[in-house]
Design a protein around this ligand. Structure first.
Ligand code: FRU
Length: 487
């Protein structure tokens, strides 16, 4: 009883200061403090420690839940993965919850790797990969569940899928239901770990899985391993979204260590045959975008989030006590020519604060962002070059549109800082840019081209335009803080 009173008093006091999203009494804040100079204000990031892939993204009892690969011990390395956990009613105001799963079983002792959620009978079921590293890597699929959306219990009969013949890289289950059958895709590497592919399984009860077929695979040019597969219907077509490892750079394409991309095609539930009708297309063209996961929400929106970071980087935030953040949740739609369009979910408009600038803008415009965060919306003439600069002294991001070449370039400076992609705007040249302390997300046009990139400005950030270019309209907003401060 005494404990309950103490907890409620401390919760009440913390709510006074932080709103009801912050739980300063949870143990993961003890003894650690994060330098918040790069810590996001409206993107989900770990309270401290290391974050990578989004996991178990779902809506349960009217709240969005987002789990993530988490190392609570240090921000310097991924370590042995746990599942971190946060929930939200609007995809921006997040509450951190206790760690949902620890690597505490014989079959997941090397890490509670990525996986997904499915809601049935008011219960949240989580399918994930149990990783074992010693003496050699083995990856088996496991089941867990939660009836209150907080406490997660691992299934006693785990692992639910051994996948003996597909070891040692078979992971990241994404589960959905069609009719009375559950379906699951898994990323796999075969032929002595040289070729990536996606395997399809079915089940009637989530515990007993049958291998059906290879849903799709590399022809030798698309990498040695396909991580984090996702398969869903959009506008009558089917999208296979995945994160291949091992594609070589080709000109402006595939510049990151690993990519995220997709095929669009048709799928027949009777033959279980996926027929791709498009080439492989990269989903985002910035430096930091990986391991996507989608969910279908109550409004029928297909929402995607990605880890806004990349493996094997040495970003300064790591020494500040946290690593990684999620992208803004984006609604996916399909264009008439079968390209995925990405647009920030509309709830983000509630985050707009003060209008810092509104009107025509030119080479002499200079708008200082509030606390290095903001949203910038520009409309510019379509037949001219255009340049927008985030000038922070130590770190500058230059976004330019080259009219003659029909290309957008995002240059964050430094080694390998340039990313470029083709784009021909329809109508006016329109760009929407979200800046949050150490990240930018650029949406071109109606979302036909995006760039997600990290950069690390120390002091203030000024928004400027190139000397000889202008915008017919530019609006700069400050943004409300929606994520809890770090530890
Ligand atoms: C992708 C990934 C997944 C794996 C997880 C481990 O970034 O490598 O394939 O499940 O990270 O943290």
């Amino acid at each position: 009883m005494f404990q309950i009173i103490l907890l409620s008093v401390s919760q009440f006091v913390s709510n006074l200061f932080y709103g009801d999203g912050y739980y300063p009494e949870v143990y993961w804040c003890s003894g650690t403090s994060v330098n918040d100079r790069f810590y996001p204000t409206y993107h989900l990031a770990p309270p401290q420690g290391w974050m990578n892939d989004p996991n178990g993204f779902c809506i349960f009892q009217n709240e969005y839940h987002l789990f993530y690969q988490y190392n609570p011990k240090t921000s310097l390395e991924p370590g042995i993965a746990h599942w971190g956990h946060a929930k939200s009613t609007d995809l921006f105001n997040w509450k951190h919850l206790d760690i949902a799963m620890y690597p505490d079983q014989e079959y997941d002792i090397g890490g509670v790797f990525s996986g997904s959620a499915i809601i049935e009978n008011n219960t949240m079921y989580l399918l994930y990969t149990g990783n074992v590293k010693e003496p050699t890597q083995i990856e088996r699929q496991a089941l867990a569940s939660s009836t209150d959306g907080v406490n997660v219990v691992k299934y006693a009969g785990n692992p639910v899928l051994m996948g003996e013949e597909h070891q040692p890289n078979i992971r990241d289950p994404k589960v959905w239901k069609n009719g009375d059958t559950y379906y699951m895709v898994l990323g796999n590497s075969y032929n002595n770990n040289t070729v990536g592919r996606v395997l399809l399984y079915t089940s009637k009860d989530l515990t007993c899985w049958k291998e059906e077929c290879v849903l799709d695979g590399s022809d030798g040019t698309l990498g040695y391993m396909w991580e984090c597969p996702d398969f869903f219907e959009l506008n009558g077509m089917y999208v296979l979204l995945f994160s291949p490892q091992g594609i070589e750079p080709q000109g402006d394409n595939y510049r990151n260590l690993y990519q995220v991309g997709y095929f669009v095609g048709t799928f027949d539930y009777t033959t279980l045959k996926f027929t791709r009708l498009t080439e492989f297309v990269e989903l985002d063209r910035g430096n930091d975008f990986y391991a996507t996961q989608t969910m279908l929400d109550k409004m029928g929106r297909r929402i995607v989030v990605a880890w806004q970071d990349m493996w094997e980087q040495d970003y300064p935030e790591r020494k500040d006590g946290f690593t990684g953040q999620m992208t803004i949740p984006r609604e996916l739609t399909l264009s008439d020519d079968w390209k995925l369009l990405q647009w920030p979910v509309k709830e983000i408009e509630n985050l707009r604060g003060e209008v810092l600038y509104s009107g025509k803008a030119g080479g002499d415009t200079c708008v200082e962002l509030t606390e290095k965060t903001g949203e910038i919306v520009v409309k510019a003439p379509v037949l001219k070059d255009f340049k927008l600069i985030l000038d922070a002294g130590n770190a500058t991001v230059t976004i330019s549109y080259d009219y003659s070449k029909g290309k957008v370039t995002v240059d964050r400076g430094g080694n390998d800082g340039v990313r470029r992609a083709d784009w021909r705007p329809k109508g006016k040249l329109e760009m929407r840019l979200f800046v949050d302390r150490s990240s930018i997300e650029l949406f071109c046009g109606k979302g036909e081209l995006t760039f997600s990139t990290r950069y690390f400005p120390y002091d203030k950030v000024n928004v400027k335009l190139g000397n000889d270019c202008g915008a017919d309209e530019m609006t700069v907003y400050s943004m409300k803080k929606t994520v809890p401060p770090p530890c």
